[in-house]
Design a protein around this ligand. Sequence first.
Ligand code: ARG
Ligand code: ZN
Length: 423
Amino acid sequence: MKALLIWAVLLNFYKLLKTGDCTSTHDQVLSIQVTTHQQADIVRNMSSQYETVLWSPASPEHIRADTEVHLFVPANNLGTVTDLLKTHHLIYQVLLDNTEELIEMQTRNESSDPRSSASYYERYHSLEDIYYWINKTAQEHPDMVKVILIGSSYEKRPLYVLKLSGRQERAEKRAIWIDCGIHAREWISPAFCLWFVQYSLNFYNLNNDITEMLNSMDIYVLPVMNPDGYKYTWTTNRMWRKNRSLSKESNCVGTDLNRNFDANWCTKGASNRPCDEIYCGQFPESEPEAEAVANFLRSHKDSVKLYLSIHSYGQMLLFPYSCSNEEVPNHAELFELVQEAAMKIRRHYRNNYKYGASAKTIYLAPGGSDDWAYNLGIHYSFTFELEDRGRYGFLLPPSFISKACNEALLALKSIALRVIQKT
Ligand code: ARG
Ligand code: ZN
């Protein structure tokens, strides 16, 4: 114990010496309040110049006067970045001052930490774990779960969908589609898909809502739409967003799968530069992950009535369009659905979710799966941004998983039951 302590002190001392900065030896996340246009320019440049990673908004072009920016800054850049902020009178605070520790908390495993009593669903899981879980879940519930292989990723990993069905036979069943993990670093998203499947299987015939949902609709769940990116966030770079496809014209890796669908593809709000976080790819559905989902939905478009894509963070219940400021024909109806769902979250969990049409609620983001699904004819199409609002961002500790998932589950049930009445 004593030796460990001395070692830790020495290590910290070494880190201090190495960085030459006494403020912090840790990678931090800063919250920066941008107020003027000039400041917006500074922060925009800063987020692309240094080895920083923009957490929010998703791309520098969305930084304007009056934007709260969340920026991940590695320890070796902290001095430079904070000096620059001070020079330009930018007000900032340290949102997270020890991201390494939070990452360690997110990746810590039950077996190596007997003190933690959290269940499987209150922890984050590696890709291998999730593949294992998919198999085991299907084996344990052969009457309700089927595994469907819908395609494979750029690096040839399988894309498995779980098809959940109630035990009641119906002639022509409608269906719900839920995908998680389009963006690699949004770990709460796959955690939600696992949570939802488990909840469905455990509470079928016990909870009225889920029973009604499963009796009237099949539910397709894609737990990890971007397995290559997800794997990469576990092994190499926790902050990775895109998939891992290589580009011909650049050394930069990855396409933003939520900009790769055929909905005003690669217009304002997406980028045609492979190095950008919101790179739209070479052409619509150029990425095998997006193509696999699009193919599956095309071939099931008559039965799928409700499309749902799970992201984080920001606490928002969104519906199309993202790709334009136009209102969809059933805007008022969709607005009511998310309003009601947000109200339930507020009542039950005392938590506020924003809601509305995506382009107006966050920013223009063309090429998204929700808009594409809407245009395909799935007129109940939603994107949820789960917890939190930026306190921990992508590094949401495992102890928050259950609340984040229960909120989203409540919203999903609320919307799905309405859609069952309507369709
Ligand atoms: N934060 C998400 C993104 O940047 C927004 C999702 C809203 N829907 C959309 N189609 N963009 O992709
Ligand atoms: Zn996302």
